[in-house]
Design a protein around this ligand. Structure first.
Ligand SMILES: Cc1cc2nc3c(=O)[nH]c(=O)nc-3n(C[C@H](O)[C@H](O)[C@H](O)COP(=O)(O)OP(=O)(O)OC[C@H]3O[C@@H](n4cnc5c(N)ncnc54)[C@H](O)[C@@H]3O)c2cc1C
Length: 401
């Protein structure tokens, strides 16, 4: 039985564990956090990613915990709605996906359906990987060293496993000059079924999104900036950065900042795309954000992770133990899809956080005009990226046909 170590129990790592177990691989997942990390906003499952969860027989369960979003609304400081994009826009396949689920609910579900047949090791990480003909020798921060046939790095955009094998992150990262923080707060705002966005001059935005639990709301704060020196593992230091950037901001921001202190699922990151020529070295392969993060601005990172896990596991099963063949096929299948998902939405960073009051006004006007101008086609094109891959039917053994 091929023995696979996956580093990272996010969407990519847990989804891969699911498929590898289904094909009969022995799977160990090592995760740095003491438990699955359940933070994050809604992710929309559309196109190929939706097909993957359907093939996992999880679509029904996902629908039961889906977030019911009526659409996106851009508001001014006093909360007046200036521009709306309803969920029904473009037949329900525009800015709001057909199935929206909280990232944490998805990670939790993937963990629950894999935990019985997967060895999860929490609170630990890989410190070194040495490859030889008999396998990959792995040492850990806490656990005893072990030998695995294959190692999959699914430890996110700042993957330490990738750095160990491929070299420093700076070689592969494309910083977009923008940061986002997300966290859950008590719903003292009365957030209901619309996602509210408020832009402020100085390239800052705050968003409030409904959760599926009415007593809580999801906050997203974003800002454009030159590189900010921060420690990926220091949420207190990250909260200080966010508090400084948003000090004096209006709308609901003061309450958001007050509640941020107590948020246990606080997540802060730069918008970083990972662009690499190759995703494998010998017995080690990259999956999800570790290999091809599209950044929160590009969107569809979770879709890429789900599809990547499906394709990687399918190709590993199809190659019958020849990992070089499997990794090459995984890359062939995924490359064009990844390239599509790396394209930023119209306006890029400036569309997300316009610079000045007039620029915000222009952006809102362009949103109001979307249905009447050719931009609707652009948005339709962005949404259709989610379908830019034809999934093979690995599970039915028809892949070689
Ligand atoms: C807590 C959290 C909240 C997020 N919130 C958002 C959001 O609001 N919006 C958005 O666009 N994207 C968000 N993301 C990123 C989003 O989840 C990914 O873009 C997408 O789902 C692809 O997932 P992934 O599994 O490749 O990477 P990730 O979701 O980043 O998962 C990587 C996993 O690896 C673990 N890990 C990291 N380093 C190590 C290490 N050295 N050893 C072992 N394990 C390690 C992490 O703890 C994490 O569980 C969030 C990620 C996390 C972890």
């Amino acid at each position: 039985m091929t023995n696979v170590l996956i580093c990272g129990a996010g969407v990519a790592g847990s989804a891969l564990a699911y498929w590898l177990r289904r094909y009969g691989f022995a799977v160990t997942v090592v995760e740095r956090a003491p438990a699955p990390r359940l933070g994050g906003h809604t992710v929309d499952l559309r196109g190929a990613a939706r097909d993957v969860v359907e093939r996992m027989d999880l679509l029904q369960e996902i629908r039961q915990v889906a977030v019911d979003s009526k659409g996106m609304s851009f508001v001014n400081a006093s909360g007046r709605r200036l521009a709306d994009v309803p969920a029904s826009f473009l037949g329900g396949n525009g800015v709001v996906g057909e199935v929206e689920i909280l990232r944490g609910d998805l990670v939790d579900l993937l963990h629950r359906v894999t935990e019985d047949e997967t060895e999860y090791v929490f609170d630990d990480t890989i410190t070194a990987v040495t490859q030889g003909p008999e396998g990959a020798h792995v040492t850990f921060e806490r656990s005893a060293p072990r030998v695995f046939d294959l190692v999959v790095a699914a430890d996110g955009a700042h993957s330490r496993t990738r750095s160990l094998i491929f070299g420093p992150e700076s070689r592969f990262s494309r910083e977009l000059g923008c940061y986002t923080a997300s966290f859950t707060v008590p719903n003292v705002f009365g957030a209901q079924d619309w996602e509210l966005f408020h832009n402020m001059p100085g390239r800052k935005m705050a968003a409030l999104r409904p959760s599926r639990r009415p007593e809580e709301a999801k906050v997203l704060l974003g800002f454009a900036s030159a590189p900010v020196d921060h420690d990926h593992r220091d949420p207190c230091g990250q909260k200080r950065i966010v508090a400084e950037v948003f000090a004096g901001a209006g709308w609901h921001v003061p309450v958001m900042l007050r509640e941020m202190d107590a948020a246990t699922d606080f997540y802060f990151d730069s918008a970083t795309q990972i662009v690499m020529d190759g995703w494998s070295r010998g017995r080690v392969v990259l999956l999800g954000d570790a290999g091809y993060s599209p950044s929160p601005l590009g969107g569809n990172g979770t879709g890429l992770a789900l599809v990547g896990a499906y394709v990687l596991a399918g190709e590993m099963a199809r190659a019958g133990g020849d990992h070089e063949e499997a990794f090459a096929a995984y890359e062939r299948e995924m490359r064009a899809f990844v390239k599509q998902c790396h394209k930023l939405p119209p306006g890029g960073v400036s569309g997300f956080v316009p610079k000045s009051r007039p620029a915000i006004g222009m952006r809102n006007l362009s949103i109001r005009l979307i249905p009447h101008l050719p931009w609707a086609g652009l948005i339709e094109k962005m949404a259709s990226r989610a379908d830019a891959i034809t999934l093979r039917d690995y599970a039915r053994g028809q892949a070689r046909a």
